[in-house]
Ligand binder design. Structure first.
Ligand code: KG4
Ligand code: ZN
Length: 333
């Protein structure tokens, strides 16, 4: 019945969570507003903010869980992929605490953890399970054989889906991170107002850079005709961009499910917080007779609860690391 403290610091959000016997009893995230004015995450500033947030966040998570540090059985921490300086803050803190409390440490793969977020609440997917993992840095179609075995069957050849959302949002003039704002405006817009192109239809890999360029050229032309074009069409623009990104994602997911004969289908990662994608998955699920899985909103974007549940499975399997464990910016799934 392990009690696990989890720490996530791979990018610009610091997370701390506590999981008791597979149940999340505390899950806190401290965001970093500082990057907004730079139009993207500034790694050095992210590391400094993690350093400021990590101790109060862990203290609060332990308090909220109603436990003390001596109740902890192990510490789970994101070891990568992510920004090196940010990862180092979480890993060094976790190592120090594990040594001070004399409890084991478990290094967790961030993208595997996004997938394992499906195992926080019931109902849980059965294996094999097909997961579309869409975040700021990754877009992957993953066949999940069990909680430790992941097989990539398709991925992006250029931009990740979240990156596409953020870059196109920037072209439209929305601040970073643009994904949630596109989602917000899209709710009031017509997804078929503008038809953006559908790139690369063969195989299970994705490509989003052509769409980004198409939106850029489309807007340059429209703004020449009417300088207020974006302002006057913001909701329709966001709805049409969102519809195209999500339909690219769903077409590949559907093809993958059909070719693998899998009907346990989920989405994970920051972009799975997108209301249009969540709704589209349900529609495709009904059409294809899938059992669909979408993590709770707070378990989609970066969070420590997903690191905690991954730690829970590692603990039960006796998968521990030692103090020689180091973070890695890029790790295969
Ligand atoms: O998984 P995540 O929190 O961090 C990474 O591991 O990268 O994903 C962040 C990405 C960003 O690109 C952000 O714009 C996107 O997820 N995102 C969204 C939404 N919420 C977050 N994209 C579209 N709609 C949303 N509601
Ligand atoms: Zn993530």
């Amino acid at each position: 019945m392990p009690t696990i403290l989890a720490i996530e610091s791979s990018c610009d959000d610091t997370g701390a969570a506590v999981c008791i016997n597979g149940k999340i009893v505390a899950n806190l995230t401290a965001g970093q507003k500082i990057h907004e004015k730079y139009g993207g995450v500034v790694p050095e500033l992210a590391s400094r903010a993690h350093e400021q947030h990590i101790i109060p966040l862990v203290e609060t998570a332990i308090k909220e869980a109603g436990i003390s540090t001596k109740d902890l059985d192990a510490i789970a921490v994101t070891k990568g992929p992510g920004l090196m300086g940010s990862l180092l803050v979480g890993v060094c803190f976790a190592k120090s605490l594990s040594q001070a409390l004399d409890i084991p440490i478990m290094g967790i793969h961030h993208m595997q953890a996004h997938i394992l977020a499906h195992f926080i609440d019931d109902p849980k997917p059965e294996f094999p399970f097909l997961c579309l993992t869409v975040s700021g840095g990754h877009t992957q179609l993953v066949k999940v054989h069990n909680t430790f075995s992941f097989e990539i069957i398709g991925e992006t050849i250029d931009d990740a889906a979240g990156e596409a959302y953020d870059k196109i949002a920037k072209i439209i003039g929305l601040p970073y991170p643009g994904g949630p704002l596109v989602d917000k405006h899209a709710r009031e817009g017509n997804p078929h107002a503008f038809e953006f192109p559908f790139p690369l239809r063969e195989g299970l890999n994705f490509s989003f850079s052509g769409l980004k360029t198409a939106v850029l050229y489309f807007l340059q032309k429209k703004i020449k005709e009417n300088p207020d074009f974006i302002k006057e069409n913001l909701n329709d623009l966001c709805a049409s961009v969102q519809y195209r990104i999500n339909s690219i994602l769903m077409e590949k997911l559907e093809n993958a499910a059909k070719s693998l004969y899998i009907n346990q289908i989920g989405i994970a990662g920051g972009v799975s917080a997108n209301s249009g994608l969540r709704a589209m998955l349900q529609e495709y699920g009904v059409k294809n007779n899938w059992q669909t899985f979408i993590p709770k909103f707070e378990y989609c974007t970066d969070n420590a609860a997903m690191i905690a549940i991954s730690g829970h499975y590692n603990y039960l399997d006796g998968k521990f690391d030692d103090l020689y464990m180091t973070p890695t910016a890029r790790i295969p799934l």
